[in-house]
Design a protein around this ligand. Structure first.
Ligand SMILES: O=C(CO)[C@@H](O)[C@H](O)COP(=O)(O)O
Ligand SMILES: [Fe+2]
Length: 224
C-alpha cells in the first residue's frame, strides 16, 4: 500500500561549502530522508563524496541517511558506508556480479537495502530480489548529475513496480517497501510520480532553490 509521501532532498544541489548546515536545515524544514548521491567517475561521469564526508554529516541531522551508491564495484564499499552512518543503502544491479549478495552484505550490517533501476534497466532485475528489498529506486534521469529533465517513461515503470510491491508486501504481512523516484522532480512531475505509485520523492534542485529560507516551503509544496 502506498504510504504518506516522503521527501528526500538530494544534497547534490546543496551548498557544498556548508554541507553540515545544509543537512541540518533540510531536516528542520521537514525532510524525511537525507539523500546522499555517491559517484565514482567510473560507473557515472561525475565524482562526489565518500564515506568520510557521510560520517562528518551524520551528527548534523537526526533523520535517516538514504545513500544512493553510483559506484562499481559496489561490494567492497558497503561496510564502510554502513559504518559511516548510512541507514538505507541503494545500489545499481549493474554495479556488481551478484546483486543478491550485495543485499546480504547490506543486511548483515543491519541496514535497509535498496535497488536502483536506470531508465533502461529492465524490471526483471526485481524478479527474485524484491522480497528481500526495503526500497526500489526508479531513476527518472540517467544517473550522474542533478538538474536534468524527468524522463516520462519512468511513470509506467513506477506503476508496474507499485503493483509488484503491493503483492510482495501483502504476502509479507504488510512489510513496508519504499518506492522512490529520483531525477527531475518538480511540482508537476512530483504529482505524476505519486499518482503512478511513488511514495518517496528525491528532489535536489526543487528543494534547494531559493536558499535556506525557502526549504520548508519547497518541501511542503512537493509533499502536497
Ligand atoms: O541520483 C541522482 C543523479 O544521479 C539524483 O539524486 C539527483 O541529484 C537529483 O537531482 P534533481 O534532478 O532533483 O536536481
Ligand atoms: Fe540519487
Amino acid at each position: 500500500m502506498q504510504q504518506r509521501t516522503k521527501i528526500a532532498p538530494s544534497i547534490l544541489s546543496a551548498d557544498f561549502a556548508q554541507l553540515g548546515a545544509e543537512v541540518a536545515a533540510i531536516a528542520a524544514a521537514g525532510a524525511d530522508y537525507v539523500h546522499v548521491d555517491v559517484m565514482d567517475g567510473h560507473f557515472v561521469p561525475n565524482i562526489t563524496i565518500g564515506p568520510m564526508v557521510l560520517k562528518a554529516l551524520k551528527p548534523h541531522a537526526g533523520i535517516p541517511f538514504d545513500v544512493h551508491l553510483m559506484i562499481a564495484p559496489v561490494d567492497p564499499y558497503v561496510v564502510e558506508f554502513a559504518r559511516a552512518g548510512a541507514d538505507i543503502i541503494t545500489f545499481h544491479p549493474e554495479a556488481g556480479p551478484h546483486p543478491h549478495r550485495t543485499v546480504q552484505l547490506i543486511k548483515a550490517e543491519g541496514k535497509k537495502a535498496g535497488l536502483s533501476l536506470n531508465p533502461a534497466t529492465p524490471l526483471s532485475v526485481l524478479d527474485h530480489l524484491l522480497p528481500e528489498l526495503d526500497l526500489v529506486l526508479v531513476m527518472s534521469v540517467n544517473p550522474g548529475f542533478g538538474g536534468q529533465a524527468f524522463i516520462p517513461s519512468a511513470l509506467e515503470k513506477i506503476a508496474e513496480i507499485r503493483r509488484r510491491i503491493d503483492a510482495v508486501s501483502a504476502s509479507q504481512n504488510g512489510r513496508p517497501i519504499d518506492l522512490e523516484v529520483d531525477g527531475g522532480i518538480n511540482l508537476e512531475t512530483a504529482q505524476a510520480a505519486v499518482r503512478a505509485g511513488a511514495d518517496v520523492l528525491v528532489a535536489g534542485t526543487a528543494t534547494f532553490k531559493g536558499g535556506p529560507s525557502s526549504y520548508a516551503g519547497n518541501i511542503a509544496g512537493l509533499r502536497a
